[in-house]
Design a protein around this ligand. Structure first.
Ligand SMILES: [Zn+2]
Length: 241
């Protein structure tokens, strides 16, 4: 259906998967973890109008990839989508948190300079810090908080700021994730898998394996599956048109 946050470039045989992904999904956003990966992937994955490759620098590898920031900033002008960017405040990533912030704010500033971009954002254990920076760059574009795992207060703040959310099977499995989804504005929800980091049994989840998430949304919203699918399609259209 829709996968708005896939690391398709990190699957084995990703090139072989492309035709299937293009056929089974209306739209797939492939987020990259480094500017160099974007350069390679955007070329290798070209030729599919419904598979877009986002330019990113993942906060968890900020220290390894900081030297590619200049490259990223130069390429913002060429893309419609940015991701994966953001901040990760888990203890193991604290050491480089200031560096993550520096990278993130530079990307937001460049997006703002270029008239705004659609951004898939990581905010694990760092929601308020992410929102603080988004507030500093209000014209950086549309922020989609992927796999939101903050508190309900943080969620309320994000909603007030106009953020979108991409939710997937892994998030919907937990009671907390489901509670958060209940509070999200329905017209600002998209689907994601975050594969191959999310698995289905032993195998990486495939970008089209969002059926479980759709059924859960139907439960949470008390709607039938077709209405949920139509809602998600409309959301995507209003975001990217
Ligand atoms: Zn991701």
């Amino acid at each position: 259906m829709i996968d708005f946050h896939s690391h398709l470039d990190l699957y084995q045989d990703s090139l072989k998967l492309l035709p299937m992904v293009s056929k089974r999904n209306i739209f797939t956003l492939v987020v990259t973890t480094s500017p160099r990966a974007w350069q390679v992937t955007s070329q290798r994955f070209s030729g599919y109008t419904n598979i877009k490759v986002a330019l990113g620098l993942h906060p968890e590898i900020a220290n390894k990839k900081a030297n590619e920031l200049k490259m990223l900033l130069a390429d913002v002008a060429k893309v419609q989508f940015i991701g994966e960017i953001g901040l990760d405040g888990t203890p193991k990533n604290q050491e480089f948190f200031p560096l993550q912030k520096d990278i993130f704010l530079n990307v937001l500033a460049e997006c703002e300079k270029q008239g705004g971009r659609i951004m898939s954002i990581h905010s694990r254990c760092a929601v308020n810090a992410v929102l603080d920076l988004l507030e500093e760059y209000p014209r950086s574009g549309t922020a989609i908080l992927h796999w939101f795992s903050g508190t309900t207060n943080e969620l309320q703040r994000a909603i007030t700021m106009g953020c979108w959310f991409s939710v997937g099977p892994a998030m919907i499995l937990g009671a907390k994730g489901r509670e958060l989804i209940k509070l999200m504005p329905r017209e600002k929800v998209l689907l994601e898998t975050d594969g191959p980091f999310v698995t289905n049994g032993k195998l990486p989840i495939m970008p089209w394996e969002t059926q479980g998430a759709i059924s859960s949304l139907a439960d949470i919203w008390s709607l039938n599956i077709d209405v949920v699918k139509a809602q998600l399609r409309n959301n995507l259209e209003s975001l990217i048109s």
